[in-house]
Write a protein that binds this ligand. Structure first.
Ligand code: CO
Ligand code: ZN
Length: 331
């Protein structure tokens, strides 16, 4: 088992949909403790791990929240209707398992009389096997959050499972922290942000509390290597960490792009350039903090993002961590 997989598995197990990140935060705080000088949490819940130095302030940020669902209504028969926490696609949701914070398990299914092409989230429900509303309410209340439940695996250097987005980014930050020397010149902040999946809500306030000179987000990105992919994309799983050029939310600062590419070159590692046509990242919120901050991102090429079976290559993660650690020190 690779160290990357071991970290990912531990982090993915922790309950942490947007706004309910406490368990992930506690876990990461424990894992980061030995490798930084100071750990704080801001009012929104972002975790800030600082490795002190006298030089430039450099932030690396990974969101620790995941997508999920929230119970909105329980019918007479005990079936639970739900709302989306973050971006959900119906094709990823049919007959998959979910887990509520208290451990209650269930299955998401749909109203079969609706032609499948017309199915929306409103036609879906969670079945926890209850016989009635009263029965269901013993386990689940309106307002309770749930996350995907699926068994991760590692096979020939490939990882698969739920919430690589973005526990794999958190793992990357932890590995980068561990790779740092005892003393560092720059003032380094490893920030584990909240509520990215519901609109990049936590990263801006966390960065505002630091006002760094540079910021690097780490998150997953799409790959263009699947059959009949929706748009051509020069980013493939297993071909190295991706340096973000832009996505729908941000155009990255050249200062940070260059620092990441130069760090990779110095390590003799291949990188790819990433342009993601859909979706945004914390990079955008970091860049717009205060009077503006040089911001960029390092991405892990990941297939089936936001499904319970996301897939990436362990080597891309290891290399991303090495590049991140070096770039943070050289900026
Ligand atoms: Co996401
Ligand atoms: Zn993400």
């Amino acid at each position: 088992m690779s160290k990357v997989f071991e970290y990912y598995q531990r982090l993915a197990q922790a309950f942490g949909p947007s706004g309910r990140e406490d368990a992930v935060r506690e876990l990461i705080g424990g894992m980061a403790g030995d490798f930084c000088d100071d750990i704080t949490t801001d009012a929104l819940g972002s975790l800030i791990c600082r490795k002190c130095g006298a030089g430039k302030k450099v932030v690396a940020a990974a969101h620790m929240d995941s997508i999920g669902v929230v119970a909105t209504y329980i019918d007479d028969k005990g079936f639970i209707r739900f709302g989306a926490v973050g971006g959900l696609f119906r094709g990823d949701l049919i007959n998959i398992q979910v887990r509520f914070e208290n451990g209650t398990r269930g299955v998401i299914s749909y109203e079969e009389k609706t032609p499948f092409k017309d199915v929306t989230l409103e036609h879906l429900f969670i079945d926890i096997g209850a016989g009635s509303r009263e029965d269901a309410e013993k386990r689940v209340r309106v307002g309770d959050f749930a996350v995907f439940e699926a068994l991760p695996f590692e096979q020939d250097g490939i990882l698969c499972g739920p919430y690589l987005d973005n526990r794999i980014g958190c793992a990357t930050l932890l590995l980068a922290m561990e790779a740092l020397p005892e003393t560092v010149e720059n003032d380094l902040y490893f920030v584990f942000t909240v509520q990215e999946e519901v609109g990049l809500r936590g990263a801006g306030p966390a960065a505002f509390g630091i006002l760094p000179d540079y910021a690097i987000a780490v998150d997953v990105t799409d790959t263009g290597d699947l059959p009949e992919h929706k748009y051509p994309m020069a980013c493939h799983m297993g071909k190295g960490a991706a340096v973000k050029v832009m996505d729908r939310s941000v155009i990255c600062s050249m200062e940070v792009r260059d620092a990441l590419e130069n760090a990779a070159k110095g390590l003799n590692l291949q990188t790819q350039r990433e342009i993601m046509m859909a979706g945004g990242t914390d990079t955008a919120a970091l860049q717009k903090t205060g009077a503006g901050i040089y911001a960029g991102a390092l991405s892990i090429p990941t297939r089936y993002i936001h499904s319970p079976s996301e897939m990436c290559a362990a080597r891309d993660v290891e290399e991303a961590a090495a590049i991140l650690a070096k770039a943070m020190q050289e900026l």
